[in-house]
Design a protein around this ligand. Structure first.
Ligand code: FE2
Length: 386
């Protein structure tokens, strides 16, 4: 089935690139694209130029024997497919606005500990030509899902930018691979972000699980009680999680030596959680570069699990100058993606630049903490002398 999926995916991607895909039709202006894929469900979304009804035909065979539809006209369609079988390839097509899309596929999440791959990137805003190259790199990795660290468009309140800066450049992978985004500065807290994505509730912050890993995000651009309530949710959710691997992602990093640097106010909120709950990865964007830290832990907390922080904001926006802190393992000012592979207790990461060259790798084994550790007390001492 995987071979079928790949052939269909590559063929459809080529057709989209030469303008025969549904996003170029008279009626469908965005998508279709897959959202919120779980072990048993998925949401298919698309946008029409003008309101109309629509249906999704789907199934595990290319004749798509099942159908769900709307009875009231909309421009943005969001149709949930339920009762699906875990770890299974589904075919689907949409009929809406007087046109029928071509066939696409997606794969449901596994219930067992199947190996999986995911790609993380962010800050693609403003430069769709670079974003399109990044999207093709993502497609080539054949990820099960994509995690985005925010700043998908330059101005979230400007409706047209969602098509030109995000949906069109990313159209090679969006019909096949679910994306799990987070809110960045440039989303401007706009309704458009929540209109165009169907995410686990309550959407501004949420978690999702894939195999033996769970991911948690929060809207770090908020302040005051809106932020502290999310931080309380984050700690409670992390403590309740039985997943072997845990990752947090949000827009602004708490350890980053380049670009805008890390946020000390967020660090004051998040680091105490990391002192209490083992978290393997924190993924962020905001600074348009790549920076990976050594494992960071507080020396004075016995058995504190060292967390690796990765700033990956190289999705297309103008690059920022890299910097080096005492926590920095690798940094590079380059457009890139991070491709992760998880197989039971092993996690590996390749940072791949826009020309397809691997420039950093990471290999973790859950049975032992990361071997290179920087202690928080030493970070604070080095910052005090600056
Ligand atoms: Fe930002």
């Amino acid at each position: 089935m995987r071979a079928v999926r790949v052939r269909l995916a590559v063929g459809a991607c080529l057709l989209l690139c030469v303008g025969w895909g549904p996003s170029r039709s008279n009626a469908i202006v965005k998508g279709p694209y897959v959202q919120n894929v779980t072990t048993v469900a998925c949401t298919i979304m698309w946008e029409l130029r003008s309101p109309d009804v629509g249906t999704v035909s789907y199934g595990t065979t290319a004749d798509c024997p099942f159908e769900v539809g709307t009875t009231t006209p909309h421009t943005i369609h969001e149709l949930a497919l339920g009762g699906l079988t875990p770890d299974t390839v589904y075919y689907y097509r949409v009929s809406s606005g007087g046109v029928r899309s071509r066939m696409f596929t997606f794969r449901t999440a596994p219930t067992s500990h199947r190996p999986f791959r995911f790609v993380v990137y962010g800050d693609n805003r403003s430069y769709p030509a670079v974003h399109a190259r990044i999207a093709r790199l993502i497609k080539r990795e054949e990820p099960d899902f994509v995690v985005h660290t925010g700043d998908l468009v330059n101005q979230g309140t400007v409706y047209d930018q969602w098509e030109t800066e995000f949906f069109t450049p990313a159209s090679c992978y969006l019909p096949y691979v679910p994306i799990f985004p987070t809110v960045g500065h440039h989303e401007q807290n706009a309704a458009n972000y929540f209109r165009f994505f169907s995410l686990p509730p309550p959407e501004r912050y949420y978690s999702f699980r894939w195999s033996n890993m769970e991911f948690f995000t929060y809207d770090c651009i908020r302040g005051g009680k809106e932020l502290t309530d999310q931080i309380a949710w984050l700690e409670a959710s992390l403590k309740a999680s039985a997943a072997e691997w845990k990752a947090i992602w949000c827009h602004v990093p708490i350890y980053c030596a380049g670009g805008h640097g890390g946020s000390k106010s967020l660090r004051a909120l998040v680091q105490p959680i990391l002192d209490r709950v083992p978290v393997d990865l924190i993924l962020a964007g905001d600074s348009h570069l790549f920076e990976r830290t050594f494992g960071i832990a507080r020396r004075s907390v016995p058995n504190a699990w060292p967390t690796i922080h990765i700033t990956t904001g190289g999705g297309g926006a103008p690059l920022y100058k890299a910097g080096k802190g005492i926590w920095t393992a690798t940094t590079r000012s380059v457009h890139h993606i991070c491709s992760f592979h998880v197989d039971g207790q092993k996690l590996t990461m390749k940072a791949i630049d826009v020309d397809g060259r691997v420039f950093d790798t990471l290999s973790l084994d859950k049975s032992t903490p990361p071997d290179q550790i920087v202690y928080l007390e030493d970070i604070e001492a080095s910052e005090a002398t600056k």
